[in-house]
Design a protein around this ligand. Sequence first.
Ligand SMILES: [Zn+2]
Length: 503
Amino acid sequence: MRRWAALALAVLSSAAPADLIDQLRAERFRVTVRLGTAQPAQRLECSSRAVLRGDARQGLADVPAGQTVRVTVEETGQPPPVWRLLFGEFDEDDRQEARTLAGQVAGTVVREDPRDEDSDLLVIRGAWSSEGDLRQYLSRVRMASPAEPWLDGRPRREGLLAVRDESGRTVARAWGVLRLVSDDASATTQCHVNGDERRYRGSLVCVATDRGVLLVNEVPVDDYLASVLDTEIGQAPRAAMQAQAIASRSEALFNAGLSKFGSLHHDLDDTVLSQTYEGAGRETALTRAAVRSTAGIVLMHGGEIANGVYCTICGGVTGAQEDVWLSEPCAYLRARADTSEGGNAPDLSSEGAIRRFLEDPPPLMCNPEGREDYPSWARRHFRWTADYTAAELGAAAGVGRATRVQVTGRGASGRVTGLLIEGTSGEERLNRSTAIRAALSEVRSTLFVVDELPGGGFRFTGGGYGHGIGMCQMGAIQRAAAGQTPQAILGAYFPGANLRRLY
Ligand SMILES: [Zn+2]
């Protein structure tokens, strides 16, 4: 943070350092979710009266309830400069402080040079066509924090968004970003996403890209979760739904601080890369109850929101983060035994130990044996086999015809961290879950052993489905059925994390 941005923060807030939780509070615990992919045109229809706002939140036009507007990218090129209020200027390292300030002044964060990912972040608001108009505005209002008139002549890589009503009349134009916002908290906006008509709560943000208009949903995290829970867990005992709500809320808010999509306009997407999200049409009485009864509660570790990651079925032992993803160890994402008493996983890193564990498992929470209520689709993932011919495996690894497969590393949970596939035209080394599962689509997790079949093929014998990190959903369901509380369920999978209510 530099220059007079420091002054603005001193005026606006206490001496406490701005962190992710402050930022989220300023943004009223909203998350930003990319919806599908950019399209040449997007149609939006809000159930209540709404306002179209530009990139610096200035009002552009009213949209009556039930009226469809069509948004397109009209042209690319240099926009005319506009005058804005500038509240502060930040380095990339102080992105969270920039967002906190933007929340406090109802502004927005933009790059000084949108083409340069290293350029400074600016907190701005409004748009005036002349400095005189802006100064006139300043003479009439009392600002809550220091702000200066600023001529925005930034080069844009985005185009000009044009909004037309049902008669084809242009009702608004804006460079780069345009928001459809309603004051009615129960309003939903209908739009076409991933081949379906869907409805979303919160605001819809249109982002101009060189491939068309990208939709982003700015939505209170609890409205987001009421939908996510149905796609991610569906119907489950109350304590499992509540544990899922807390884990999902933690994962969403943890990622709100990461900007892993490298965009100022969204932190999450609507696929399994984040959490599957299909809008208000997926809310149910069960999901709403689980979200309401855990409102504001997140997993915390070391004073920070924890990544509440989860998987479908761990196979009896969860994985340490660094054994599955190429990442640093994480204190609360460790190899854990999915047994009723929980605790650290037994050492399964030897070939003999993991074979015994897969073939003759001890009593495990996510074992479907003898459980009538276990979902049939998940039942087949607890233990599985996948056979490859030498030709199939060689083709998958790009080594000709496979001649030998060797596990070169295992983590404490028994998960394969390195796999060597030799073939007639070379060899391939696959490291950790992402690379192994990307190459071998029949392999459902990295908790496996490999055997050569008579005749030259290879059999993978494994347990679980998915990355296997964090909360095991099938284990959580069985724990809930056995009477465990949401706190006990989460404690089994996130050692050392505790619960805190943020709002
Ligand atoms: Zn499990």
